[in-house]
Design a protein around this ligand. Structure first.
Ligand code: FES
Ligand SMILES: [Fe+2]
Length: 429
């Protein structure tokens, strides 16, 4: 990869090619419960731009530029009452749709006309899966990504955010790279104590991963991005496929236990050097238990808006434990699987220079995704619409780990939610 291409893929600020394209997707901004009716507006940074999210007296959520359209005072300081956000400098007051309701310092006779003439940047917002999602791109918002996790009832989904100090693409590339699992995470897989990840049928899939650390990878391009099968021979004419679904540009769906919880990850840009890692656990049929939440997030900071505050940093080598390594823990990053991922990504530096990499065949998926992103950005710059937003049913995207006869194609087992009904693993088609 050339350095210039690396810049195109990683720079997300206003006006940059990737920044323009990524803004064409619905993006998670803040957890719904962080917004209180008439409470303090919450500053939110996305794509190197500053916004505020707020909840009005009647419970609706709004999202607008942080800078007051008058003279730029932070609307995070604004009063929030009577269904409006009022700037504390000169009292301009905005409703949830971004309309300027009042500019009390203007002469009464021409106030109404004046208010109507003011342009306010407010954005389309919607709440789903306990999170406020926003569209801050050009033109009309696309269809909302109503993935399975966004449509199950509230008690069947749990979502948290970590704020990490590396570029968004490093986050995505960690989640799509299944070849690191039997190495970086083997400490947990070996000891069967992966903080919630190893459970029920998942154990069997993880045992297989350790048995064969160099599976064959096969891919299928899909309307939402791609699907990866990590294929392992399990003897007696059968094979195992761990099928990972990648819904570009942000989502990775990671195989969970059969008929159990499902896992998804999103790495969305806060700015070029900072990423929001959204961790999603959902169960298509039953409520998520407290125990399952503790299992996933128990070792992390209690702050659901930034669960990685106790990750550590370069200064303390992310808490790496050399004694544990001597005793058999592979990475020595003993807090948990997610923190292993975060520490290695952060150790690359804030924005890794991909022109210095030397890739092997186990990096095929990384190369494929970079190519898809690059092609999409180039096409978007030439006026074509952003891809991966329509022409498919989001409900059909779910990862799985399956065993099948080797004479068959694993792609035939890919999850088809609409055909199989909710909560069922795809069977032989
Ligand atoms: S800066 Fe906000 S009302 Fe003047
Ligand atoms: Fe990982």
């Amino acid at each position: 990869m050339k350095k210039q291409e690396n810049d195109i893929l990683t720079q997300v600020g206003p006006g940059t090619p990737m920044g323009r394209m990524l803004r064409q997707y619905w993006t998670p901004a803040i957890r719904s419960s962080a917004l209180e009716a008439d409470g303090a507006p919450v500053p939110v940074r996305l794509f190197g731009q500053d916004f505020v999210a707020f909840r009005t007296t009647d419970g609706r959520a709004g999202f607008m530029d942080e800078a007051c359209p008058h003279r730029g005072v932070s609307m995070a300081l604004a009063r929030n009452e009577n269904n409006g956000l009022q700037c504390i400098f000169h009292g301009w007051k905005f409703d949830v749709t971004g309309k300027l309701m009042d500019a009390p310092a203007e002469p009464a006779a021409r106030r109404e006309k004046f208010c109507a003439s003011i342009k306010v940047n407010r954005y389309t917002a919607r709440e789903a899966a306990g999170v406020l999602w926003v569209f801050v791109g050009e033109g009309d918002a696309p269809k909302f990504p109503d993935f399975e996790f966004a449509t199950v009832s509230e008690d069947q989904v749990h979502m948290r955010r970590g704020v990490l100090h590396y570029n968004w693409l490093q986050g995505v590339e960690a989640h799509i790279d299944s070849s690191h699992v039997p190495f970086l995470h083997s400490g947990y897989l070996v000891q069967n104590k992966s903080a919630g990840f190893v459970e029920q049928g998942n154990l069997e899939a993880l045992r297989l991963m350790l048995l064969d650390k160099a599976p064959e990878f096969e891919f299928e391009t899909t309307p939402w991005g791609l699907r990866e099968g990590a294929l392992r021979d399990i003897g007696e004419g059968r094979a195992n496929a761990r099928i990972r679904e990648i819904a570009l540009p942000y989502f990775t769906f990671i195989p969970g236990p059969p008929n159990g919880q499902c896992y998804a990850r999103m790495s969305t840009p806060i700015d070029d050097d900072t990423t929001a890692e959204w961790y999603i656990v959902y169960d298509p049929v039953r409520p998520i238990t407290e125990e399952a939440i503790r299992g996933q997030f128990g070792y992390m900071s209690d702050d659901p808006d930034d669960f990685a505050t106790n990750l550590g940093s370069r200064t303390n080598q992310w808490g790496q434990d050399r004694e544990a390594m001597k005793e058999g823990h592979f990475s020595g990053l003993t807090k948990g699987i997610a923190f292993e991922d975060f520490a290695v990504q952060a150790s690359m530096g804030r924005r890794v220079d991909r022109s210095l990499e030397q890739l092997g065949s186990s990096d095929t998926i990384i190369v494929k995704v970079r190519r898809l992103l690059m092609e999409a950005v180039e096409a978007f710059q030439q006026g074509r619409p952003a891809p991966w937003r329509d022409g498919f049913d989001y409900q059909n995207i779910r990862s799985q780990s399956i065993s099948y006869n080797k004479s068959e194609d694993w792609r035939r087992y890919a999850y088809k939610g609409a055909e199989n009904g909710p909560g069922r693993v795809a069977e032989k088609i």
